[in-house]
Design a protein around this ligand. Structure first.
Ligand SMILES: Nc1ncnc2c1ncn2[C@@H]1O[C@H](COP(=O)(O)OP(=O)(O)OP(=O)(O)O)[C@@H](O)[C@H]1O
Ligand SMILES: [Mg+2]
Length: 219
């Protein structure tokens, strides 16, 4: 099986508390996976391990043949910046930058010039219904508007894998569909793999594979 991302027997402890327990997981190019589960079951923690944000206490995460835990901090940051996109559960936009500047950031960090980076960001933002707000500072957005900017920023550089932690949690059904449609489009057209945590069964039903997390165990 040609997995782009896989986890083998991953455990994550915070001190003595085990948040992720013996997780095996694999994801193909173009696959959209949904993870559901109750609050505190370890979904965000697993996403952090899969994305190389937190090193697992035990076990291995492999992306495209590279073992993440054995990479240096610099190599890992470059990998995350260039080949991953992450929608964090709690936003994490830069408040002093505009909507368009926030969404264009991954391209600017990769050295792309301002005009094409802003054009690409404007396109994704447009498909997420944000065209009117491109010049607004993100400190002046609603929760759902911020969430759509975070989604645009995670997708703008067409990453190999998108990790999305409740990317539609603050959205009404129309905007949630727009976000889902962007994920599915990228998966279909670019072969992007998506792992999303969601509480929304109507979002999860469009995924290729569905998992449930219970007390750190993924099934
Ligand atoms: N930094 C931390 N230090 C200690 N314990 C933590 C830390 N972060 C999370 N936990 C604990 O680990 C467990 C899993 O947390 P996690 O955030 O992964 O859950 P979750 O499934 O994402 O929940 P939610 O649906 O509420 O976002 C919880 O019991 C939580 O209290
Ligand atoms: Mg969480």
């Amino acid at each position: 099986m040609n997995a782009i991302l896989r986890a083998d027997s991953v455990d994550l402890f915070y001190g003595t508390h085990q948040a992720v327990s013996g997780v095996d997981f694999s994801l193909r190019r173009g696959e959209v996976a949904a993870i559901m589960g109750t609050s505190g079951s370890g979904k965000s923690s697993l996403l952090y391990c899969l994305a190389g944000v937190l090193p697992p206490t035990r076990g291995a995460v492999t992306f495209d043949g590279l073992k993440l835990p054995s990479m240096s901090d610099d190599e890992l940051s470059a990998l995350r910046r260039e080949r991953f996109g992450f929608v964090f559960q709690y936003g994490e936009l830069l408040p002093e930058l505009t909507v368009q500047e926030n969404a264009a950031l991954p391209l600017r960090l990769a050295g792309q010039r301002k005009a094409p980076a802003h054009a690409a960001a404007g396109e994704v933002l447009g498909r997420l219904g944000m065209t009117e707000l491109l010049q607004r500072r993100t400190s002046q957005l609603s929760g759902g508007q911020s969430q759509r900017v975070a989604v645009a920023r995670a997708l703008v550089h067409r990453p190999d894998v998108v990790f999305a932690d409740e990317p539609t949690g603050a959205l009404d059904s129309v905007n949630a569909s727009a976000v889902l449609e962007e994920f599915l489009r990228l998966a279909r057209d670019q072969g992007t793999a998506v792992v999303m945590v969601t509480h929304d069964a109507s979002v999860a039903e469009h995924a290729d594979s569905r998992y449930t997390m219970t007390d750190g165990i993924l099934k």
